[in-house]
Write a protein that binds this ligand. Structure first.
Ligand SMILES: [Zn+2]
Length: 314
């Protein structure tokens, strides 16, 4: 079985996470030059081995993103070409960095419209956007972002939100009225939980966040009641093998909860999270799972079906 040719869908990928050295070189050559100093700093942090070195890499990337605003757009164009070559038929990208770059909402709308135009360029591959919102203890900041996301959804520029960042940064419970409202008008809701946090973070997301999709969800398997709830309610789990290997305790894929999820017949997908940061792509992730977890054609067919039905599509 050739992992490249398997039909795939990706639900969990952050816009700034797609940046990689190859894209930097192509953009530097064809669009605008990126300084050697900035590239050198990035190179010195790559590849990250654990959470701390990944945070260093993020800092070096942020320097570049702040200086060259259009770099994310240019990189996304390259990323979609790569996805099309890997037989990806559906892609969801979390547009995390552009939601509040500009205080002026009209400028933000224009930026999202520009991104929206990329969707059309890559037909027949289907693409949808969400916005990634980092948890924070600053209630006003978090609320402002949720409100803006809601407006972009009503303009049909995004399909939903993804709550990311430090799992202990805020409780979903404190914002439940926002999530209730979003759910009422069918806005897609994804919440990262159970990556570094325990099962209680996933319960918080499920009980108060009205979500049917959990990012990572590794801690599900530490709680029998949670396993039953996830199965009964067909909650979709977004696994990101390489990311999980670098950032969590699951250093060996043979011990990764994806094996249990398959055994229980759960609804889950395989994703890259931040392919540039973790030196991967969706084909490599599929190949890892094939090699180290013994996944077969039938498993990948189930994964495609589950990914497409969990997608925040029309
Ligand atoms: Zn993520």
């Amino acid at each position: 079985m050739d992992s490249q040719n398997i039909k795939k869908a990706e639900l969990h990928c952050h816009l700034d996470g797609i940046l990689n050295l190859q894209y930097f070189h192509v953009i530097s050559k064809n669009k605008f030059p990126i300084s050697q100093e900035d590239l050198g700093k990035y190179r010195s942090c790559f590849p990250p081995k654990d959470l701390n070195s990944w945070l260093e890499l993020l800092k070096s990337k942020e320097r570049i993103i702040t200086k060259y605003e259009d770099i994310l757009f240019e990189a996304l164009d390259l990323y979609f070409s790569d996805l099309a070559r890997q037989n990806v038929i559906y892609s969801e990208i979390m547009l995390s960095n552009i939601l509040y770059r500009d205080e002026d909402f009209q400028n933000t709308v224009q930026t999202f419209e520009k991104y929206y135009s990329l969707k059309l360029k890559y037909r027949p591959m289907k693409i949808n956007f969400t916005v990634g919102i980092a948890r924070t203890k600053k209630r006003d900041v978090f609320e402002k972002k949720l409100v803006r996301a809601e407006k972009l959804f009503k303009l049909n520029l995004i399909k939903g939100i993804a709550i990311a960042g430090d799992e202990y940064g805020s409780d979903i419970k404190d914002y439940t009225e926002f999530f209730k409202k979003m759910n009422e008008f069918h806005m897609g809701i994804e919440i990262h939980a159970g990556e570094s946090g325990g099962p209680e973070r996933i319960w918080d997301a499920l009980q108060y966040g009205y979500c049917k999709r959990i990012g990572h969800g590794l801690a599900v398997f530490d709680d029998k009641k949670l396993i039953d709830y996830i199965l009964k309610n067909e909650i979709h789990l977004e696994f990101c093998p390489s990311s999980n290997r670098i950032l969590t305790k699951y250093k060996e894929l043979k011990n990764h909860p994806i094996n249990l999820a398959r055994k229980y017949g759960m609804n889950f997908s395989i994703n890259t999270d931040d392919p540039g940061d973790f030196n991967t792509n969706i084909t490599k992730e599929y190949e890892l799972v094939r090699q180290y977890c013994g996944f077969e054609k039938k498993d990948f067919e189930n994964i495609l079906y589950n990914s497409l039905t969990a997608g925040f599509s029309d």
